[in-house]
Write a protein of this length. Structure first.
Length: 213
């Protein structure tokens, strides 16, 4: 079996372990993928990152075909569907981060309570309806919740974040978890005052030019 995309395979393993190290995932929950050529590379199912080597990473095509010694993540459908529908997606991470998942269990979106919500691409971060993990139904719900966004919550499950590359997807996942934590605290303290649509619009416009000088 040829082992192509060696550096990308190593980067996928590193990103999967980084999710746990950053405290936004645990055990064999969650999964990571990166676009590679006409397809993508994805973490194998049910294998904790510490036990995963670059050779365990599974190469998939957009028609769902895969090769490698391992079976792909059970969530390969939403990873595949994101790459097929979203040219802006170079990498996708899915985590069961504690606060994002707690909010997802309340089936609550993250509203415009803080301007950093705009980092995910819009004025809120939606929560996709519940569907069994690994199903096409879950993928369909996720894709709808990601419309015009780079992140969403998954009801009673966790979150998805995407980015141009693995670092960007990972950084957004950390941000979503931070926002979920802040929002939960604000809810417990009586509920936040929301920003207006116009205020979020200004933040969105400014983020379009937000980069190191
Ligand atoms: P996999 O181990 O199959 O990637 O599944 C983990 C998960 O989080 C399912 O949603």
């Amino acid at each position: 079996m040829p082992r192509d995309h060696a550096a990308l395979r190593r980067a996928v393993v590193a990103a999967a372990c980084a999710m746990n190290g950053l405290g936004i995932n645990q055990g064999s929950s969650g999964n990571v993928s990166v676009r590679a050529g006409k397809g993508f590379l994805i973490t194998p199912t049910a294998l904790p990152c510490e036990a995963t080597t670059p050779d365990d990473i599974v190469a998939m095509t957009l028609d769902g075909g895969h090769r490698g010694s391992r079976r792909p993540s059970s969530e390969w459908r939403f990873h595949r569907d994101i790459y097929a529908a979203r040219p802006d997606a170079g990498a996708v991470v899915h985590t069961h981060a504690v606060h994002a998942t707690a909010l997802a269990c309340l089936r609550k979106p993250i509203p415009r309570f803080h301007y950093m919500v705009a980092l995910a691409g819009g004025e809120d971060i939606r929560c996709a309806p519940y569907a069994t993990y690994g199903t096409q139904e879950l993928s369909d719900h996720a894709l709808a919740a990601l419309m015009g966004r780079k992140a969403c919550l998954l009801a009673n499950h966790g979150m998805i974040a995407l980015g141009a590359d693995l670092d960007a997807a990972l950084a957004l996942a950390v941000e979503v978890e931070t926002l979920a934590h802040q929002y939960l605290l604000a809810l417990q303290a009586g509920g936040p005052k929301l920003l207006t649509r116009a205020q979020m619009g200004e933040a969105l416009a400014k983020f379009a030019h937000y980069r190191p000088g």
